[in-house]
Write a protein that binds this ligand. Structure first.
Ligand code: PHE
Length: 451
């Protein structure tokens, strides 16, 4: 049998996994949630959850991949035949997310091009974004460019494609983020926003704070999508799994934190301290921020740098999605990387088109106010992912038992510092927390209450 590809070094693994974790969620959702749910209080809760709950799930997924040397379907089946269904459910998640994530990646690419060519004034116009996404050709063209770029990197392979690109893009992303964060904090009127973002505010604290932090963490760490299983399957036994996970968490949380410093103070300064100007999602990134950049000195340059870093964040996440699907296709159908990659590209292109057209010609095709893209997002993130995570906890906690994972973590040098925490969390705490995420995200998606 052909030897499985692998990351050449521990750093390569950490940067590729961090590349997956750091994505649009860090930039367009975390700052908004932190500001909305009590500033410093939210940050603290998020941090505690990251080192306990997030840590546990990430260890489990990476260890499952490394132990079996397989991507999701093969891995779960190898652990227990009855869990093949879990592998299939897991495989569905990146298959659904990748196409629409690439549609959004296309929007980011378009904005980078517009800013880089001096189009800041137009981009800051009131209807610019809605006019753009409601067209047919242009968003599809940018979607193709983003998809093509991702495909080329995946075709190049784990070491020459995924690892290499992560090693270049992730350090640049850190530097650019710090640069904009520092710049944004020094503009007139920004201080108020910095305080709003960092100061613990118990008034905005409630059970929802914890739920929002959990949901965000779960998505942000790229859990329950088979990604960490796949990347784990490329990880060498001589690389320490526990410290790698710690570093991925620091990376992911650090970038989310600085994204807040990049965005909250700048929006505050722009809106004269009106916190309602701070939204989440596409509205923040493609409507509010271009206006904010347009109002700052050197806005064209800052905006260009900003969209470049967002493109890097989105691209490394998209690569992890596509690599996961390609890896599953290769493992299941025993075909070559190139064949699998081309098939996944064509399939994802076809599936992405309706998401792209959902803001224009297919606008009337909506369900409960959700566009096609929102529906895909709802099914994968709010329904499938929590279900996958619950069954993963059941599989590890009660079927193969935590010891199987603990042994895998210990393979490198016999140590697993947080062994007890892991064994307890995976059995008794994590499944309940994920169940809470499932209930709240389905309820908020269906408009029963909103987060
Ligand atoms: N973790 C990424 C983020 O925070 C999201 C992501 C989604 C990554 C899907 C990979 C795949 O944005």
């Amino acid at each position: 049998m052909k030897e499985r590809s692998s990351f050449s070094s521990r750093l390569g693994f950490v940067l590729a996994a961090a590349g997956s974790a750091v994505g649009l969620g860090n930039i367009w959702r975390f700052p908004y949630l932190a500001a909305k749910y009590g500033g410093g209080t939210f940050l603290l809760i998020y941090l505690i959850l990251a080192v306990t709950f997030g840590f546990t799930l990430m260890i489990a997924e990476i260890a499952i991949g490394r132990k079996t040397g397989l991507s999701a379907i093969g891995a779960y089946t190898a652990l227990d035949k009855r869990f093949r269904f879990l592998g299939i459910l897991t495989a569905l998640v990146p298959t659904i997310i990748f196409p629409y994530y690439s549609v959004i990646g296309g929007w980011v690419s378009k904005y980078l091009a517009v800013f880089a060519t001096g189009g800041i004034k137009e981009a800051a116009g009131d209807h610019y974004f809605t006019d753009f996404i409601s067209q047919i050709g242009s968003p599809i063209l940018w979607f193709c460019i983003f998809l093509g770029l991702t495909a080329i990197i995946v075709i190049l392979g784990v070491e020459k494609g995924v690892e290499k690109v992560s090693k270049i893009m992730m350090p640049i992303l850190v530097v650019l983020t710090l640069f904009i964060a520092v710049y944004a904090c020094t503009i007139d009127g920004a201080l108020e926003g910095v305080i709003y973002y960092l100061k613990p505010n118990m008034e905005n604290f409630s059970a929802k704070t914890i739920l929002a932090a959990m949901g965000q963490l779960f998505y942000s760490m790229s859990l329950a999508m088979g990604i960490m299983v796949t990347y784990g399957s490329y990880m060498k036994k001589e690389n320490n799994l526990e410290s790698s996970v710690r570093q991925i968490e620091i990376f992911d949380t650090g970038i989310a934190f600085f994204a807040g410093l990049m965005i909250v103070p700048a929006v505050f300064a722009f809106s004269g301290g009106d916190e309602s100007a701070l939204g989440a999602g596409p509205g923040l990134m493609f409507i509010t921020l271009p206006k904010v950049f347009n109002s700052m000195p050197m806005g064209g340059l800052i905006g260009t740098i900003f969209f470049l870093l967002v493109l890097f964040a989105a691209l490394t996440s998209a690569i992890s999605l596509m690599e996961t699907v390609v890896s599953i296709v290769m493992d299941t159908l025993h075909c070559k990387r190139l064949t699998a990659s081309l098939a996944v590209t064509v399939f994802s292109f076809a599936l992405g088109i309706p998401s792209s057209l959902g803001f224009g010609v297919l606008q009337n095709f909506s369900l409960g106010g959700m566009s096609i893209l929102d529906m895909m997002d709802f099914v994968s993130n709010s329904v499938l992912m929590p279900i996958v995570a619950i069954f993963t906890c059941v599989l590890v906690g009660f079927v193969i038992k935590p010891k199987a994972i603990i042994d895998e973590v210990k393979v490198t040098d016999g140590t697993f510092k947080s062994e007890k925490l892991f064994a307890f969390m995976i059995k008794w705490i994590a499944p309940w927390l994920v169940l809470a995420i499932l209930i709240s995200s389905v309820a908020s998606g269906l408009g029963i209450f909103s987060l």
